[in-house]
Structures are given as structure tokens and as C-alpha cells.
Write a protein that binds this ligand. Structure first.
Ligand code: FES
Length: 316
């Protein structure tokens, strides 16, 4: 999928938690497009030697297209993108962003919506709330964070949602029991999870144990691809050999070498970047391919997955 780009200017930067900054983006020319709750944009950052592209959820009210707001957590092991946003970007700077895409929309026919956020995973739900409220939907929000690092917007959420808000600060010893949150729910309840991989896998495991169907669990993770061993990618048709460094993803290396690969989430969930593999041993790290597809070893999601062998030959 080819995604159009918009040029935006930063009009405000606010620290909303010790490691999270919120950026307000307005269009340089023209108008912003409306979006639906759960949408994200890919922000392109020109870091001189390297261009970073990270996906961030839109957290503003979807009906307000005067500005987009995103929140960026400074990642502990940042490969550059979140560090760039925190340390290089200032008010007045211009950035390129993709048009909004949605991989995490609410399932509106649901009888109840249970939102579970971990840390900066609160951001898509900030855009859910106005729409859930406007529709008079039945919902509740469970927010897990560590107040020394994350926990953005928690006072505002507590005031706004009252009894529909459940707060777990792990630093204060408050733990969320996923079994309790998922158990004894009426048929038609849908669960939405956004946060670190560990939160997602816990919820998926508990849901499976309780017999909750996969179709009632919706999730999103935007974890940056983890580093790994360097390897080479060869394009079978042209014979071009592209080195992939330890700190970059295969997708980033392909893009830097001028090889276009469609992409949307850059986090191993949407399926847009799927490439055929002619030879090589794939280290699958995505949540898109089935276990069978992974075992067959003929496809790779280059936004997150890597090669275990020194060279991977791709049919692009
Ligand atoms: S871009 Fe979405 S899976 Fe790779």
C-alpha cells in the first residue's frame, strides 16, 4: 500500500510523563484529514545520515482536525527515532507524516468495550474516549504504568471517567490481575490491548484459558524492532546485496538502499510488508504470519524479522 505524506509543523511540545512528550502537529499547507479512533501515522524524521520512520497513534479527538497530537516515549534502547523526537525536534520544526491508517479500530457492535493500556499504550485510547462517550457506549479503561516513567494523562482520565477508570501504578505496588479483568464478562464484550508485548501475551494467554474467542481481543503494539546480528539481504532479480546492520531493521536497510517495500504499521502486525524469501533461515518476530507460514520459511515481515543465516535472498 502506498501511503501519501503530509508536511506538518510542531506547534507545541509538552512533557506529559517523565519519559513521554506530547507533540502538537498542524499542517504546513492545506488541511489535515479526518481519522477514526485507533488510527496512527508514520512520522519521518530526517536525522542527517539516517532517516527514521516510527508509527505513533493519534491521541486527539478524531473529530478535531485542526491539529493532530501524538505522544512519544523515549525508549530505553532507542535506535534513534524516539531519541530524535525527544532531543532534536523543537517547536517550529517541520516533519513529514503519512496520512492516518487504522489497524486498531473499535468494534462498534460490541456490547461492552474493555480497554487495557500499558504505559504509552494509552495513546490510541485517548482518541477512543470522545467517540465512545458521544455514542453512549458501555466501556471501562484499565491503565497500567510505572509512575517514575510513564502514566501520562492519569489525573485527567481519573476525573473524566470516574468509576469507569482503573489505575495500576506498579511503582506503588498496584498490580492488575488480568484474570479478574477478563473473567465473568457478558457475551458481546470486546477487549482492546495496547502496550508492551508482555502485556499483550498475558492478555492473550488469559483469554485463551477463559475460552474468550480471538475475535473479541483486539491489540496493538508499536514496539521498535529489536536489534540482532548483522546479515546481508540479496535481491534475487537484480543480485543487489544490501547489508543489514545490527541496529536497523531489514525494512530500514531496504529503504535506505532504494528498494521500495509497502508498509503500514512497521511493527509486524499489518501484513503490508510481506516479502517472498528464496533462501536463508528466517528469524520470525512478527505477529502476522501463521505458525504454518513461519515454519514454511517462504515469507518474511522485514519491518521486524531478521535472518539467522549470513544471507537472505529475497524475491521483491
Ligand atoms: S509494515 Fe506492518 S507487518 Fe510490516
Amino acid at each position: 500500500m502506498q501511503v501519501d505524506q503530509l508536511k506538518v509543523k510542531i506547534t507545541a511540545i509538552n512533557e506529559v510523563a517523565p519519559t513521554i512528550r506530547e507533540f502538537c502537529l498542524v499542517p504546513v499547507d492545506g488541511e489535515l484529514l479526518p481519522f477514526s479512533p485507533g488510527s496512527h501515522v508514520v512520522v519521518e524524521m530526517d536525522g542527517g545520515e539516517k532517516t527514521y520512520k516510527n508509527a505513533y497513534s493519534l491521541l486527539s479527538d478524531p473529530r478535531d482536525v485542526s491539529a493532530y497530537r501524538i505522544a512519544v516515549r523515549l525508549q530505553d534502547a532507542s535506535r534513534g527515532g524516539s531519541k530524535f523526537m525527544h532531543e532534536q525536534v523543537t517547536v517550529g520544526d517541520e516533519l513529514k507524516i503519512s496520512t492516518p491508517a487504522n489497524l486498531f479500530a473499535p468494534h462498534w457492535p460490541a456490547k461492552k468495550h474493555v480497554l487495557i493500556a500499558g504505559g504509552v499504550g494509552i495513546t490510541p485510547f485517548m482518541a477512543y474516549l470522545p467517540e465512545l462517550e458521544r455514542r453512549g457506549a458501555d466501556f471501562e479503561l484499565h491503565y497500567l504504568y510505572r509512575s517514575s516513567q510513564t502514566g501520562a494523562y492519569r489525573e485527567l482520565l481519573s476525573k473524566r471517567l470516574g468509576g469507569r477508570y482503573f489505575d495500576y501504578d506498579s511503582l506503588g505496588g498496584s498490580r492488575c490481575d488480568a484474570v479478574e479483568v477478563l473473567s465473568n464478562r457478558n457475551l458481546g464484550t470486546h477487549f482492546y490491548v495496547c502496550g508492551p508485548e508482555s502485556l499483550l501475551s498475558t492478555v492473550q494467554q488469559v483469554a485463551a484459558d477463559l475460552g474468550i474467542p480471538d475475535s473479541a481481543i483486539h491489540y496493538e503494539t508499536f514496539a521498535a524492532p529489536k536489534p540482532g546480528e548483522p546479515f546481508e539481504a540479496e535481491i534475487s532479480e537484480t543480485g543487489q546485496v544490501i547489508p543489514v546492520g545490527a541496529e536497523e531493521s531489514l525494512l530500514e536497510a531496504l529503504e535506505a538502499a532504494g528498494v521500495e517495500v509497502p508498509n503500514l504499521c512497521r511493527g509486524g502486525v499489518c501484513g503490508q510488508c510481506q516479502c517472498k524469501v528464496v533462501s536463508g533461515d528466517i528469524e520470525h518476530r512478527d505477529n502476522f504470519l501463521s505458525a504454518q507460514d513461519k515454519a514454511a520459511g517462504q515469507s518474511i515481515m522485514p519491518c521486524v524479522s531478521r535472518s539467522k543465516s549470513p544471507r537472505l535472498v529475497l524475491d521483491i
